[in-house]
Design a protein around this ligand. Structure first.
Ligand SMILES: [Zn+2]
Ligand SMILES: [Zn+2]
Length: 213
């Protein structure tokens, strides 16, 4: 599996184009907006979009979903159904953050912990990681040691939990019990900012490291 990060929206959200090298089938993870940039990347890589995947339904991650779907007629997979209220509130989110008006959508498939999502011949494992939003999921590609973690954890930081249905303790538990157990060497692409590894965050992230105080 190959991964290409495409920063989108005023929030510089790390939308990711990923594809199976054998089939050239691709998925876009978190098309928050700037669809022309995403389209250009799809064209440059010479891949065929077959799925739209969502980690969670905040506007900077999901705002371009309906538009991208209308261009490619591909299924939307994710997030977990507990993020339905965020999808239904996309209008309100776009007004609040000064985003262009977005069309509504519903996922073709809600994801659960333990599910698998295929892209061409490649398979992501789904980890339900609530805390930042209740329906947040992580896409873990074991063969390449790579996780798409959305706004669960960042290089040196963690996701906000001061939104409706956010939960700090739940977020910490998601990070420790779902992500860190995957292994220190696993690399992750967060929703914002640079990539890192779980081992690096375990050592140095002030919110979740083993070496606080
Ligand atoms: Zn978010
Ligand atoms: Zn975000």
């Amino acid at each position: 599996m190959k991964f290409r990060v495409i920063p989108v929206t005023a929030f510089q959200q790390n939308c990711t184009l990923c594809w199976c090298e054998e089939t050239k089938h691709a998925a876009v993870i978190d098309p928050g907006g700037d669809i022309a940039k995403i389209e250009a990347a799809i064209h440059e890589e010479g891949v065929v979009l077959t799925k739209i995947l969502l980690t969670h339904a905040h506007i900077d991650h999901a705002g371009g979903t309906a538009e991208l779907k209308s261009l490619h007629q591909v299924p939307i997979e994710g997030p977990h159904k507990d993020d339905l209220f965020w999808i239904e509130g996309l209008d309100k989110q776009s007004a609040m953050f000064g985003f262009p008006k977005v069309d509504g959508f519903l996922p073709d498939r809600w994801l659960e912990d333990g599910d698998e999502v295929t892209v061409g011949n490649q398979t992501f494992q789904i980890l339900h990681c609530p805390g930042h939003t209740p329906g947040h999921v992580v896409f873990y590609h074991k063969p390449s040691g790579m996780a798409q973690v959305g706004d669960v954890i960042f290089h040196g930081s963690i996701g906000r939990t001061d939104f409706p249905k956010g939960n700090h303790q739940q977020l910490i538990s998601s990070i420790r019990n779902k992500l860190f157990v995957l292994g220190d060497e696993i690399e992750f692409i967060p929703g914002h900012g640079p990539a890192s590894t779980f081992g690096h965050e375990k050592k140095t992230n002030p919110f979740v490291s083993d070496h606080r105080g």
